[in-house]
Design a binder for this molecule. Structure first.
Ligand code: MOS
Length: 744
């Protein structure tokens, strides 16, 4: 290749005020392009982790422990080896991973499966000539255990709770004196909210197909959000150099955090494939996804709010209990949004982790905000009522342009604008006093809540090549988990290079490509989008040089380079081809500004006064997340988040059997995510915003913004409809019924 690859690297130490996305001539950016991977997905030709074919492929079925705590004494492999089709029973007590990896970790997850830390732990894998044969043998495999006394009820293990080490949010944060402010304030509330364990419940179960090459290297086709760090987790689990591990994760049927780290099927498939000398595919049964990957922790949140008569907050307290397995420090960062959403001098935002023998708790869509904003925003609703202030006005009075804890400015913040726009569009002025609106058997109510989601930039890189035929290829270990990464990355390249989107090929989800942070924490678009931007910026400079014009006078559009009164096909300019790599990493802007996306949710519900049945009638979300890269995929992200909010408010709850920690509801029939009939027409509106502190594309994270506060808006609407305040989620009809007005 002629133009040997160069790297354009940027550390975000300074604001980046000019963006090529504002000056591009192609008009590709922000447009509501259909997903470029859509036709492949709906026609079944997109290859998912469990769909790679090999002639000598063997099928693995995982064996799940059936006790809640203790150890495996023996596994009688001989008892099933002679069953039809069975190839082998593979178990490696030392190297099998006990729990899934946490997002972004580069070390191996906790290994060792002779000890049982929770019901459903994966202890072995049976490999056979067919999935059915493997499953049949796995379910018959005799295993003997020695049972220990475990901890199966977090509420009964409070005395063992500890402050977890700081992670994405501090374990414990105190400023001023909340007790004193509470005692002195004219108005205060002190309430406790509870949310249950939840599961991401992605459509595609966790799956890995492991293939060993002649040279001792491993290729794992897996359904993983963060292939670069996942490859490191996998290599360390297996005792391999990371150079020997390649992860391919081109299409992912949803992850929502459950696929940030590697799950037990990956290591099991790799070890089994090595042992039998054939490729092995291991797909988790739906029940195993629930039992052996990750849950979102249950939370118990004490909310204390104190305010002046005008509604200005003087104290914010959110003290949470969360839970995880003994020795696992990840904690649900309940207070993460509370740190920055409202002003108020006295603050106490803390977490206490309770050890419990349940499936690992880890990241699930908008870790922290998704449940922390339930407690905070319902408590704000309670405070507004006590103050006789409109809930929207209460939020506005407490808006702040400066981070209330760090004292630094927000990079961009449109909370008040979102509240105003939402109130206007929703018809908020028509809201009435609680339990006063009735249509026959139905009580009608409106509720609202604010939304916040921290913005993160993660080190990422991408390579862009322009070919002699004028087409281009973008490659990166970045993934698309259904969010639209393929499409927005193509749009960014298209806008800067003036090459139509349909002439840009995307090669994502492969660790052979330049490393990237992948999809998680809503950082994917900003981080990988910036890497693509930087590669294209370098290529644009090279094209200008080839045109013998300054980069600022070059126009690139529809495959043509235009400058100094001539117009040349881009393909001709690049000779045998041109490539560049873009690389971005966070810098001083991360500490010099506080970065977050903001929004506001509004919901209207109807509650049946006889049965307590709750129907969400309509919902509106107004969001500001910097530049919207694709109006359609961005909107879809928010629709998904709002739907998650309906689930959190009304239906989603994992039940743990407190005798042995087993999950009682561990499939999609029993664990209730909202279905089509539960979700009304949702409306999403974006505010114009640019964030020059976030990255060169001026976009902030959007994926997880839509869920933040969504459940609280629904819950507050239920209260407005009925006058019944339920503080234990989800709000099921049994909790409403005792308080509903008499039918009379
Ligand atoms: Mo997200 S919970 O970081 O996939």
């Amino acid at each position: 290749m002629l133009g040997l690859g160069t790297t354009n690297s940027l550390t975000m130490d300074k604001p980046h005020s000019d963006s090529l996305l504002d000056t591009g001539a192609q008009g590709a950016i922000s447009r509501p392009f259909d997903r470029i991977d859509g036709p492949k997905k709906v026609s079944g030709s997109a290859t998912y982790a469990a769909e790679y074919a090999f002639d000598d492929l063997a099928y693995g079925f995982l064996v799940s422990a059936r006790i809640g705590a203790g150890k495996v004494v023996s596994i009688d492999a001989d008892a099933v080896r002679s069953l039809p089709g069975v190839i082998d029973v593979v178990c490696d007590f030392k190297r099998f991973i006990r729990v899934a990896g946490q997002g972004g970790e580069t070390k191996a997850p906790t290994q060792g499966v002779q000890e049982i830390a929770f019901s459903g732990e994966i202890i072995a894998i049976v490999v056979a000539e067919s999935y059915e044969a493997a499953r049949d043998a796995a379910l018959q495999l005799p295993v003997t255990y020695e049972t220990d006394q475990g901890v199966f009820d977090p509420k009964a293990n409070r005395e063992a709770a500890y402050t977890p080490p700081d992670a994405v949010t501090p374990g414990h944060f105190a400023q001023g004196d909340v007790d004193k402010a509470m005692a002195e304030a004219p108005v205060s509330i002190d309430v406790t909210y509870m949310t249950p364990s939840q599961n991401s419940a992605a459509m595609e179960p966790h799956a890995s197909t492991a293939v060993w090459e002649e040279d001792g290297s491993l290729t794992l086709y897996g359904a993983y959000q963060m292939p670069t760090s996942d490859a490191s987790q996998l290599a360390k689990s297996l005792g391999l150099s990371v150079k020997k591990v390649r992860i391919v994760s081109r299409y992912i049927g949803g992850g929502f955090g459950s696929k940030l780290g590697i799950a037990p099927e990956s290591v099991a498939a790799a070890i089994a494939a090595k042992q039998i000398g054939r490729p092995v595919k291991a797909v988790m049964a739906r029940q195993q996804v629930f039992e052996a990957t990750v849950r979102r922790s249950d939370t118990e949140q004490r909310l204390r709010l104190a305010a002046n008569a005008n509604g200005r907050l003087t104290a914010i307290g959110q003290e949470s209990y969360v839970s995880n397995q003994p020795g696992e420090d990840y904690f649900e960062p309940v207070g993460i949004g509370t740190h920055m959403i409202y002003a108020g001098e006295n603050r106490l935002i803390s977490h206490l982790q309770i050890p419990v023998n349940y499936v690992l708790s880890g990241s699930m869509r908008a870790p922290g905000e998704a449940v922390g904003m339930v407690g905070l925003e319902c408590a704000m609703d309670e405070l507004a009522e006590k103050l006789s202030i409109d809930p929207v006005a209460l939020r506005k009075v407490n808006d702040t342009s400066v981070d209330p804890e760090k004292g630094v400015p927000f990079s961009s913040r449109s909370l008040t604008a979102a509240l105003d726009e939402g109130a206007h569009r929703f018809g908020w002025e028509r809201r009435c006093e609680p339990a006063t609106q009735r249509e026959g058997e139905w009580l009608i109510g409106m509720g609202m809540a604010a939304a916040v989601r921290g913005n993160m930039l993660m080190e990422s890189s991408a390579k862009v090549e322009i070919h002699p035929d004028g087409s281009a290829t973008v490659s990166s270990a970045m993934t698309d988990i259904g969010t639209g990464s393929y499409t927005i990355l193509a749009q960014i390249a298209s806008e800067i290079l003036g090459i139509p989107v349909d002439r840009i090929e995307l090669q994502l989800g492969d660790t052979n490509a330049p490393p990237a942070a992948g999809s998680g924490g809503s950082w994917g678009a900003g981080s990988s989008g910036s890497a693509v931007y930087l590669a294209c910026e370098r290529l644009r400079d090279k094209l200008a040089k080839a045109m013998e014009v300054g980069a600022d006078t070059l126009t690139l559009k529809d495959g043509m380079a235009i400058g100094a009164n001539r117009s040349v096909p881009i393909g001709e300019l690049v000779g045998e081809g041109l490539e560049a790599t873009g690389h971005i990493k966070p810098g001083k802007q991360e500490s010099e500004t506080t970065q977050a996306s903001f929004g506001a949710h509004f919901a209207e519900v109807a509650v049946n006064v006889v049965t307590g049945e709750i129907r969400v009638r309509r919902m509106l979300g107004v969001f500001a997340a910097g530049r919207v890269l694709n109006a359609k995929t961005a909107r879809s992200q928010c629709l998904g988040g709002m739907t998650f909010g309906i689930g959190t408010a009304l239906t989603e709850e994992l039940y743990h059997d407190t005798r042995n920690g087993r999950l009682v509801n561990r499939d999609l029939a029993e664990y209730h995510v909202p279905v089509n009939a539960d979700v009304p027409q949702l409306e999403v509106h974006f505010l114009q915003e640019r964030d020059i502190h976030a990255n060169p594309i001026h976009a902030k994270g959007i994926g997880e913004l839509g869920i933040s506060g969504a459940a609280a808006a629904v819950a507050n609407a239920v209260y407005n409809a009925t006058g019944v305040r339920v503080r234990e989620f989800p709000i099921t009809l049994d909790k409403l019924l005792p308080g509903l007005p008499n039918m009379g």
